[in-house]
Design a protein around this ligand. Structure first.
Ligand code: C6P
Length: 414
């Protein structure tokens, strides 16, 4: 029998790599429980950015001089790292974008505008982030396609039993879903959805913004056609992310942005496009950011994605247990074994922003709001929730401080 063992991560030890934790907030150690919005950066990533700018920086794919060739090698090296990280069949299928949002817009515009029309159906889900919802709603309206939605059950999980009924006899062209929900932490059955989509000749577009940072990703095993994610949510810099797409689809698509670097030949009458990925990387790319993204991937690989997933899973279970002790708390989403390290909740009678402000005074940072998931908020029947989200540097003591803060919020405002 094959036995898999994962080295457990030591969050306390890892924190020494993150300078942000050296400060205090309102005289208390920082308990940063908002990693789903963005993560902090370890020294190896910060050092890599500085080293790159100090020793190897130049524009890429534009110079024959040594520095430009060195920068190009680093940039393309980062692309290789991203490709390996998600088990893409080829690094040429990885496009550097500004983040998950831009990657998903790229697919909606460059694929959707050409391939969708009246009589076609795009299926999204009720727990989609606006980044994988609004572009499809917009492109569907522009092309005359119809937008349909997979609803959630009371656990905050997709009701796949309804899929065939949702599709009816329609010509389904796109299924769009996140692998992990940013608002509920739900882990979605992408393999099943991909298979279902492909049976109908549809493409499967996966928003990987909340999954790539937290679990090992294999786009081939997921069976999807596109997978988009952001570096800043996985220890890397802002303003860079990646879109992976199947080679044949990327090659058949029109470009998204037009300008320098993405062309083959330009004359007054006509322009022809360069090869993928250049076709989708118009203008000067986020070069140093991509290199920093590569350094973040190195760091995550060193810690081990299985260990990170396990750690977050334990934190989610611990948090759900401890938080359920708070009187008047409503906890949203599935049981711990079917969710990532994200817990959304409301405290009866207290506005989420007030809860977050009281917690801030305790040095505990959580998010309050609709989390760019307004259709989901409508389903939950609330305008907003509080959300605590965890990462490899999160300690159980910080969850204890969150719970103490919630008791305090109830005393002060409840
Ligand atoms: N979610 C959150 O607090 P960008 O901004 O492009 O890096 O990522 C957008 C995005 C797309 N999909 C999902 C599932 C996401 O969670 C996010 C970003 C942040 O949940 C900001 S709303």
């Amino acid at each position: 029998m094959a036995v898999t063992t994962h080295t457990r991560l030591n969050a306390q030890a890892l924190r020494a790599d993150f300078p942000i934790f050296e400060q205090q907030i309102h005289g208390k150690p920082l308990a940063y429980l908002d990693s789903a919005v963005s993560t902090h950066k370890p020294r190896p990533v910060l050092d890599k950015l500085r080293e790159f700018y100090e020793t190897s920086y130049a524009n890429v794919h534009r110079g024959v001089y040594t520095l430009s060739e060195r920068a190009t090698a680093e940039y393309e090296g980062a692309r290789d790292k991203v490709a390996r990280f998600i088990n893409a069949p080829s690094a040429r299928e990885v496009i550097f974008v500004r983040g998950a949002t831009e990657g998903l817009n790229l697919v909606a515009y460059a694929w959707g505008l050409v391939n969708l029309g009246p009589g076609d159906v795009v299926i999204v889900t009720e727990l989609e982030h606006h980044s994988n919802f609004v572009p499809w709603q917009y492109i569907a309206k522009r092309t005359g396609a119809e937008l349909r939605m997979i609803r959630l059950d009371d656990n905050g999980e997709l009701d796949l039993g309804e899929l065939d009924a949702i599709a009816g006899g329609a010509n389904v062209k796109v299924v769009a879903n996140n692998l992990v929900s940013n608002a509920l932490g739900t882990i979605n059955p992408i393999e099943k959805l991909s298979a279902w989509a492909h049976e109908r000749g549809a493409i499967m577009v996966v928003d990987g913004a909340q999954s790539a940072p937290h679990k090992a990703i294999d786009v081939q095993a997921l069976g999807c056609d596109f997978f988009a994610f952001s570096a800043h949510k996985m220890l890397g810099p802002t303003s860079v992310g990646a879109l992976w797409g199947r080679g044949e689809l990327l090659r058949s698509m029109e470009p998204f942005n037009l300008g320098g670097h993405m062309i083959r030949k330009v004359t007054f009458e006509e322009t022809t496009w360069g090869e993928v990925p250049a076709k989708f990387e118009a203008g000067t790319q986020p070069i140093a950011e991509a290199v920093g993204f590569g350094a973040a991937i190195d760091y995550l690989n060193d810690v081990g994605m299985e260990a990170i997933e396990q750690h977050e899973h334990e934190l989610a279970a611990y948090a759900l247990g401890r938080m359920s002790e708070v009187p008047g708390i409503a906890l949203y989403g599935p049981p711990a074994d079917r969710r990532a390290g994200i817990v959304s909740f409301n405290v009866e009678g207290i506005h989420p922003h007030d809860v977050a402000q009281i917690l801030d005074l305790e040095g505990v940072a959580i998010r309050a709001g609709h989390h760019c998931c307004q259709p989901l908020m409508a389903r939950l029947g609330v305008a907003a929730t509080n959300r605590a989200s965890f990462y490899l540097y999160t300690l159980t003591e910080e969850i204890d401080r969150l719970v103490e803060g919630l008791h305090k919020a109830r005393k002060v405002l409840g």
